[in-house]
Design a protein around this ligand. Structure first.
Ligand code: TXA
Ligand code: MG
Length: 330
């Protein structure tokens, strides 16, 4: 870790934007200006880089992140737009509006950025230098607000540094955020448009365009970001998950962490989140490996003990939900 390093403060000239894009392409974290609040950016297609966001924020669980796009065309490569979603995007982008949409087949946003969901939150930010940075990177930019978990969202580079200095490579100084509150989040996963979070775009403007009222989040669905506990039933693998296992029982797959138990034979149902015991690497591998083991059709998955500090807390939160008894229909 380079925790003692002070982040670079970069301007918005071409050279600085290029430097910020290079850092992102190398898997580093760069805070970036948007018109709402500053975001803590990572290459959304790089699972390890995205895991570093959760580590830097100290988030106790894997909330899905917004994937920021340079254009509607780029968003359309990642998400499936209904007619209503397309009208909203064409009218309000670039701007303080995030759309939660079904993920497009072939989309590149990593599973950890989506917290394992089959939907993806996309937005084209109104700040021109946010778009310049994303365009230069050539990939979607995953970014929650650039504050430690539980703190208020930052609207200046100074706020970002006060909260996260030592935890990111650079901040692009695009001036104070104009809107100052987060984007409005709508889900368009069925024929209703649902308001998941009020924000910088007013409900009335949206309802006028659609010619209909916004619906509430569907209870118990995966699209209620203000009640992430509701995501539980969407997270469960088919296989029974057994935590703090010492070794797999007969018929169980193995998901290791650190050194594997003596005498464990290699095989397609023997995976290790991080043989070195690195929690950031483990977080980056978690969703993909769970899915691979589950797809192998095993009855159960035995998971090695994982320490609860740092990203371990979010990893264990995810695993405990996977291990919890199923709710009906989940
Ligand atoms: O203005 C903003 O929205 C700022 C700037 C940086 O873009 N970003 C921001 O991100 O506020 P964050 O991570 O603090 O809030 C994003 C919200 C979370 O509550 C998350 O649960 C929700 O978006 N979200 C993301 N993907 C989702 C999905 N697939 N389904 C439901 N909710 C989702
Ligand atoms: Mg936030």
């Amino acid at each position: 870790m380079r925790a003692a390093d002070q982040p670079l403060v970069l301007g918005t000239d071409d050279r600085s934007i290029g430097q910020a894009a290079d850092l992102l392409a190398a898997g580093r974290l760069v805070a970036f200006p948007t018109e709402t609040v500053y975001g803590l950016g990572a290459d959304a297609t790089d699972a390890l880089a995205v895991a570093r966001i959760y580590e830097a924020k100290g988030r106790p669980r894997f909330n899905p992140l917004i994937a920021h796009m340079a254009s509607l065309a780029q968003a359309q490569a990642e998400a499936l737009f209904s007619d209503k979603a397309l009208r909203l995007a064409e009218r309000f982008w670039p701007g303080p509006l995030t759309l939660v949409l079904p993920r497009a087949p072939g989309g590149q946003v990593s599973e950890i950025a989506r917290a394992g969901l089959d939907s993806v939150a996309v937005r084209v930010p109104g700040h021109p230098h946010a778009r310049a940075l994303i365009e230069r990177l050539g990939r979607p930019l995953a970014g929650p607000s650039a504050n430690r978990s539980g703190h208020v969202s930052p609207t200046t580079p100074a706020h970002v540094l006060a909260d996260l200095a030592g935890r990111l490579a650079a901040v692009v100084d695009g001036g104070p955020a104009r809107v100052g509150v987060e984007s409005t989040i709508l889900s368009c996963l069925d024929d209703r448009v649902r308001l998941l979070r009020p924000g910088g775009l007013a409900r009335g403007d949206i309802e006028r365009l659609l010619g209909e009222g916004l619906a509430d989040p569907e209870p118990g669905s995966g699209d209620a970001p203000l009640a992430p506990g509701l995501l539980g039933s969407h997270y469960a693998p088919e296989a029974r998950v057994r935590l703090e296992a010492e070794r797999p029982d007969t018929g169980e797959a193995w998901l290791g962490f650190g050194a594997d138990p003596d005498g464990l034979a290699d095989g397609p149902t023997r995976l290790n989140l991080s043989p070195e015991g690195d929690l950031v690497e483990a977080a980056a591998n978690l969703f993909g490996m769970l899915r691979r083991l589950d797809a192998a059709g095993v009855a159960g998955i035995a998971v090695a003990a994982i320490p609860g500090h740092g990203l371990g807390e979010a990893i264990l939160d995810r695993l405990r939900r996977a291990a919890a008894p199923r709710v009906a229909g989940g």
